[in-house]
Write a protein that binds this ligand. Structure first.
Ligand code: DOR
Ligand code: ZN
Length: 394
């Protein structure tokens, strides 16, 4: 099976050029002008052709809370948002902290997911042997309160995890506290602790969801990598108030958070959604988190249209950079030999965020009503056209 994506502006080697892409047996065979000879052709004229995006931080809730989201609905939301790889967090009601739980999760994803799902393993105060046996791609460590019960309670556990695990760490470094000041102070201390332990043990650590610029500055001063999410770049504590029960998230939306993050934008390593779907019923009862897979690229594009940031920066920080940090292999770039994961973007298409139109099971968005210019038109996953003309066929 081969397909030729013809006539688009292709993001290749860090810039846009007029190219065709030939995908054969799921992988990119060649990139160049006037390519011919494929079973099928896709006309990309007038479109931007991007690598399938990568989201290093999602909560797809499967197994354990599938009334909020599952691998099928979650990966459909991902694909509609332009993603072809997502990395799923371990804090389910039945957390991914044992080899058995990891296998069970992977089997469910294999059955239900429509794009690639990678899995984090969660760190507890006791699961050192399980981590060693699972040898996960990446270990998620919660140093503060989150959805569910998964966080380190024993202060000695952190050092022990650094001694034992040699792979990629990801930290929920958000500290607990009654006031914003207390939370931020605890967060800065957590990042500094992680930074010095990472350096002492020569480990690679990544800080999840920075909510303000100072978290970025401290992370980078220790040589850590750091992500933020669109809601921290576009919403602040005033928006949280307006959103009411919908506006709760860990870490909280900060006063002055967006301004301080935009000042540090060139220090941020990647953009993640932290897609954390909850039903509105659960939100009313205090659940924290926002869905984000279907609005992330669009919100980032609003920053491009207002000349805050280049298109190239957005694409790199949502594809190539996360692939490099998490060592994901042949994804995240349009390159010969890489998987035929391609997102076709119509940069002129205007749309308005409406929760009830989204594919996520939770059917709401903190960006409800936002007008966005630029929408994912088609997605190829391993050479198969799984999303076309702004929708799924099946
Ligand atoms: O708001 C959040 N929601 N923050 C987290 O750390 C977890 C996430 C979730 O799983 O709902
Ligand atoms: Zn999260």
């Amino acid at each position: 099976m081969s397909v030729l994506i013809k006539g688009g502006k292709v993001f290749y080697k860090g810039e846009f050029s007029d190219s065709d892409i030939l995908i054969e047996n799921g992988k990119i065979k060649s990139i160049g002008r006037n390519l011919n000879g494929a079973d099928e052709k896709y006309n990309a004229k007038g479109m931007l052709v991007l690598p399938g995006l990568i989201d290093p931080h999602v909560h797809l809730r499967d197994p354990g809370a599938t009334y909020k989201e599952d691998f099928h609905t979650g990966t459909r939301a991902a694909v509609a948002g332009g993603f072809t790889t997502v990395m799923d967090m371990p804090n389910n009601p039945y957390p991914t902290v044992t080899v058995a739980a990891l296998f069970e999760k992977a089997a469910l994803a294999k059955k239900k997911a429509i794009c690639e799902v990678r899995f984090y393993f969660g760190a507890t105060d006791h699961n050192f042997d399980e981590i060693e046996r699972a040898d996960p791609l990446s270990l998620k460590v919660y140093l503060g309160k989150t959805t569910g019960e998964l966080y380190l309670r024993n202060p000695g556990s952190l050092k022990k995890h650094f001694e034992n695990y040699k792979g990629q760490f990801v930290f929920h470094a958000t500290g607990d506290g009654k006031t914003e000041h207390e939370q931020l102070d605890a967060t800065y201390k957590n990042i500094a602790k992680v930074g010095s332990l990472s350096n002492r043990y020569r480990r690679s650590s990544h800080i999840a969801h920075a909510s303000c610029g100072k978290e970025v500055t401290i992370s980078k001063s220790f040589g850590l990598t750091v992500e933020t999410a669109p809601h921290y770049l576009f919403l602040d504590s005033k928006d949280a108030k307006k959103l009411g029960y919908r506006g709760t998230v860990y870490p909280n939306l900060r006063s002055g958070g967006p301004e301080s993050l935009w000042k540090k934008i060139d220090k941020i390593d990647c953009i993640a959604t932290d897609h954390a779907p909850h039903t509105l019923e659960d939100k009313k009862n205090g659940a924290h988190g926002f869905p984000g897979l279907e609005t992330s690229l669009g919100m980032m594009l609003t920053a491009y249209h207002s000349k805050k940031i280049g298109l190239e920066w957005i694409i790199e920080h949502m594809s190539e950079k996360p692939a490099a940090i998490f060592d994901l292999g042949r994804v995240g770039r349009i390159k010969e030999g890489f998987y035929g994961n391609i997102t076709v973007l119509d940069l002129k298409k205007e749309w308005t965020v409406k929760g009830n139109k989204l594919y996520t099971k939770c059917k709401w968005s903190p960006f409800e009503g936002r007008k966005i210019k630029g929408k994912v038109k088609s997605v190829f996953y391993k050479g198969n056209l799984i999303f076309d003309d702004f929708s799924f066929s099946g």
